[in-house]
Design a protein around this ligand. Structure first.
Ligand SMILES: Cc1ncc(COP(=O)(O)O)c(C=O)c1O
Length: 441
């Protein structure tokens, strides 16, 4: 059928293809027929069927289109999109093409329900099924034990900076925080509104370029909890091991590393992160919390800020971010089909190695982070002269390598290579970096 370039084109469906609705055929002659067996051109949608056909096909007694990713060959799966660009944004960030294609195919009519997921009541059976499936798939992906609640919330990880102390201080005098960069600092600032914070370890002395050795942490055995940021998205510093903090509940901000590798949930009291980096669109914040920590806030926080409210209502106390949960659910299915978190971890290791090897080769580029603590997800790097930054970014853009500018607080470049960044994207970046270094080195 047609290459889909936007809503205007949707109104120009050609005749003779199953699915072109009569009332949408105005101007159809303007669209040339295409060979459906031909590969899609990069950067364009090629759709094998129109979602408008569904009602008609259903009426004719045929199976409605649009099923889950792993449910076998289906109309929506045949929707192909080959992107022209690689998006290295730190978040909101790249999502798997297959997920976007499926969501596009299901946009107007989810599984023959006649509704878009965006239009569904969150109390209706269709959405409840989507929600439950997303939760079950996530539980399976990370083998989350039964005594942990999964909460689909809103407000971003920034809201968790306040919700964590409001719920988990539990009348205790203080909490321990590990300070490894901008995001830890923000969490610390917010916690100080609720109680005393003991900064048990900090890497500020070396400009946040490493994870302080666990042996040096000055933990308080009476602390309400120990908080750390599992991956500093701006500085590119990652904890590659779960720190042992004894019986004190361990709390982690996993915003930029969640689902990029296995995670031993049972070692944590609470885990939180925004979806917009590694598993969905902005608007969804995930919390995984051990159930003995629920309902312990002193005083009890307002209902919306109390984890127990959301746990008791299966994240349906108020309207959840339904579309974001739906997309996250598709990402979970995508991950399962790729060998789960262990499978994706292997690719992530390979991608990170390609990029760090390129940075370390030749001395043109520089990454300041101590090698064992380098992030697999966010790779900051500088060029030898900041005046080269703009030409580097302009050349990258010409090649379809987008959003490489580093965070304003650090400067230079940052390549975020989350789960959905294909290894070919990293190869394309490395090849451009080599070419640029050869020209300017
Ligand atoms: C590690 C980390 N924590 C917290 C945040 C804040 O997240 P949000 O914008 O979802 O509040 C970010 C955002 O980039 C982040 O990278």
């Amino acid at each position: 059928m047609d290459d889909y370039r936007g809503p205007q084109d949707r109104l120009r469906l050609p005749d003779g293809i199953d699915g072109a609705d009569d009332d949408l055929e105005a101007g159809r002659d303007a669209v040339p027929r295409r060979d459906l067996s031909a590969p899609a051109e990069p950067g364009r949608w090629r759709r094998t069927r129109s979602p408008y056909s569904r009602a008609r096909r259903k009426a004719a007694g045929r199976k409605p289109a649009g099923q889950a990713i792993e449910s076998g060959a289906d109309d929506q799966q045949r929707m192909v999109f080959m992107r022209k660009v690689f998006n290295f944004s730190a978040g909101p960030a790249v999502l798997p093409e297959e997920v976007l294609a499926q969501a596009a195919g299901e946009m107007l009519d989810w599984h023959g329900s006649g509704q878009s997921v965006m239009e569904m009541s969150h109390r209706g059976k269709e959405y409840m099924g989507i929600h439950e499936r997303a939760e079950n798939d996530l539980r399976e992906l990370l083998s989350i034990p039964g005594n942990y609640k999964i909460l689909f919330l809103q407000g971003g990880a920034s809201m968790q900076f306040g919700m964590v102390p409001a719920n988990l201080l539990r009348g205790r005098a203080s909490a321990d925080y590990i300070d490894t960069g901008e995001w830890s600092r923000k969490a610390i600032q917010e916690a100080r509104r609720f109680g005393a914070v003991n900064v048990a370890a900090s890497s500020e002395d070396r400009k946040y370029t490493y994870v302080p050795d666990r042996e040096t942490w000055k933990l308080d055995p009476n602390a309400a909890y120990v908080h750390f940021c599992a991956n500093e998205t701006i500085g590119g510093v990652e904890f590659h091991r779960t720190p042992d903090v004894g019986d004190v509940p361990l709390v982690a901000d996993v915003s930029s590393t969640f689902l990029s590798r296995p995670l031993e949930v049972s070692k944590y009291g609470l885990i939180y992160g925004g979806a917009q980096k590694n598993f969905g669109p902005a608007g969804l914040t995930l919390v995984i919390v051990r159930d003995d920590l629920l309902g312990q806030g002193q005083p009890r926080p307002p209902a919306m800020l109390d984890y127990k409210t959301h746990a008791d209502a299966d994240s349906m106390y108020n309207t959840p971010p339904t579309y974001s949960v739906y997309i996250a659910g598709l990402v979970f299915q995508w991950l399962k089909a790729r060998g789960g978190v262990s499978g994706i971890e292997r690719t992530n290791v390979e991608k990170a190695k390609l990029l760090y090897d390129c940075i370390d080769r030749g001395g043109f580029y520089r990454n300041p982070v101590a090698e064992p603590d380098r992030s697999r997800m966010n790779v900051p790097f500088t060029l030898p002269d900041a005046r080269l930054d703009d030409p580097f970014l302009a050349g990258a853009k010409e090649r379809g390598l987008l959003q490489l500018k580093g965070h304003r607080s650090v400067g230079g470049m940052r390549a975020s290579i989350y789960n959905a960044m294909p290894i070919d994207g990293v190869r394309a970046l490395v090849s451009y970096m080599e070419e640029f270094a050869a020209r300017h080195g």
